[in-house]
Write a new protein. Structure first.
Length: 345
C-alpha cells in the first residue's frame, strides 16, 4: 500500500474545523420539525441574508435541495430546461423529472453557460407546450468548475422571465464562483427565483445544504422536504457547523483555487496530458490523457497505486478537486508521481 494518500475525489471529503466541532457541542437545540431549533433557524436566516432572499431551508443534501426546488416550482406536464451536463439533469439522470412528471429539455452550452438565444430556440421548439422553469448551475461541475459571471446569469434569466419562466440556480459551489470573480452572492441571486448551495463541500461543514427563495416558495419547498423524508429534529447539532462555514470559510476558498491552479500547471507540463481550461476556473482540475492512449479507468488505477484518489470522467479524463486538506506539497507529489507513471507508460 502507498504510504501517502492524496484524496482529490471531491471537496465533500473535507472534515469540519475545530471551531465547527466546538460550535456543534455548544449548539442550542430544538425540534426543527416544529420550527423550534434556534440554530437551524439562525443558519436559514444567515443563508437567506447572504443570498439576498426572504427565507432559507436547511436540507440534508444538495440533491434534496434541488429536488425540492424543482417540485415546488413546477407541476406535472411542465417543460423544464437544463444544460445537458448539469448535475440536476445529468447527475440525477433525469429522475426528478420523471418523479414530478415534468418534461426535461437539455441543451449543450459551452462551459455550461446557457446563452439567451439557445434558450429562445429551446422554448420555441414544437415539443414545448408548458415552459415553466430554467435551471442553471454555477459553478458548473461538468465544465471543470467554470464560474459564471453575474452578467451571464442576468442575461439568460432576462430571457427566461420574458417567457414567464422561473429560474433556479444550482449553486452547490456558488461561493467558489463568488470568490473567483470577486463579487457578492447577491450579484448572482438577484436574477433568479431560487438558489441552492452546499456548506458540506469546500466550506467544510460535515452535512447539509441551503435552499433559498421567497417566503411562499420556501413554505412549499418545506412541504416537499417533509414528503421526501427530509424533515430533521435536533438538527442544530449539524447546522452549527454550517453557520461557522458561512461566517468563516468563504474567503479561504481562494486558497483552493490557487491549489487547483498549481495542480493544473504542473500536470499540463507533462507531455501527453491536457487540461480543460474554463474562462474562470475555480477549484477543479479536469485532466485528459487521450494522447497517452489511456482510458479513464486505467488512469484512476495508476494513480491509486500511488495513493492518489480521483474520479473518472470517461472516456479518457479525470476530475481532481482541490480543497482545504490538499497542500502544495501534495500537489508536488501528484505531479511527480504522474510524471513517473507517464514515463513508465
Amino acid at each position: 500500500m502507498p504510504e501517502r494518500k492524496v484524496d482529490l475525489r471531491s471537496d465533500t471529503v473535507t472534515l469540519p474545523t475545530q471551531e465547527m466541532k466546538e460550535a456543534m457541542i455548544e449548539a442550542a437545540l430544538g425540534d426543527d420539525g416544529y420550527g423550534e431549533d434556534a440554530t437551524v433557524n439562525r443558519l436559514q436566516e444567515l443563508a437567506a441574508e447572504k443570498l439576498g432572499m426572504e427565507a432559507g431551508l436547511y436540507v440534508p443534501s444538495g440533491t434534496m435541495g434541488n429536488a425540492c426546488a424543482l417540485f415546488a416550482h413546477t407541476r406535472s406536464g411542465d417543460d423544464v430546461f437544463f444544460e445537458e451536463r448539469a448535475h440536476l439533469f445529468a447527475g440525477a439522470r433525469g429522475e426528478f423529472a420523471v418523479l414530478n412528471g415534468v418534461r426535461p429539455h437539455p441543451m449543450q452550452a459551452e462551459f455550461g453557460v446557457i446563452q439567451p438565444e439557445q434558450l429562445e430556440d429551446a422554448i420555441s421548439s414544437e415539443d414545448v407546450s408548458q415552459p415553466s422553469l430554467l435551471c442553471i448551475e454555477n459553478s458548473h461541475n461538468g465544465s471543470g468548475g467554470s464560474a459564471w459571471t453575474p452578467a451571464e446569469a442576468e442575461s439568460v434569466s432576462k430571457s427566461a422571465k420574458a417567457h414567464g419562466l422561473k429560474v433556479h440556480m444550482d449553486g452547490a459551489r456558488i461561493f467558489n464562483a463568488v470568490v473567483a470573480h470577486g463579487v457578492d452572492a447577491k450579484d448572482y441571486t438577484q436574477h433568479v427565483d431560487s438558489a441552492m448551495f452546499c456548506v458540506s463541500k469546500g466550506l467544510s461543514a460535515p452535512v447539509g445544504s441551503l435552499l433559498c427563495g421567497s417566503r411562499s416558495f420556501i413554505d412549499e419547498a418545506d412541504a416537499v422536504r417533509k414528503r421526501m423524508g427530509g424533515g430533521m429534529r435536533q438538527a442544530g447539532i449539524i447546522a452549527a457547523a454550517g453557520i461557522v462555514a458561512l461566517e468563516k470559510m468563504v474567503d479561504r476558498l481562494a486558497e483552493d483555487h490557487e491549489t487547483a491552479h498549481l495542480l493544473c500547471a504542473g500536470l499540463e507540463a507533462i507531455k501527453g496530458i491536457k487540461i480543460q481550461r474554463p474562462p474562470t476556473p475555480t477549484n477543479f482540475a479536469m485532466v485528459n490523457v487521450e494522447a497517452l492512449g489511456w482510458r479513464s479507468e486505467s488512469l484512476i488505477e495508476k494513480w491509486k497505486t500511488c495513493g492518489i484518489l480521483a474520479n473518472p470522467r470517461p472516456p479518457a479524463g479525470a476530475r481532481l478537486v482541490a480543497h482545504r486538506h490538499i497542500t502544495h506539497e501534495d500537489v508536488a507529489y501528484v505531479v511527480e508521481a504522474t510524471r513517473q507513471l507517464v514515463e513508465r507508460g
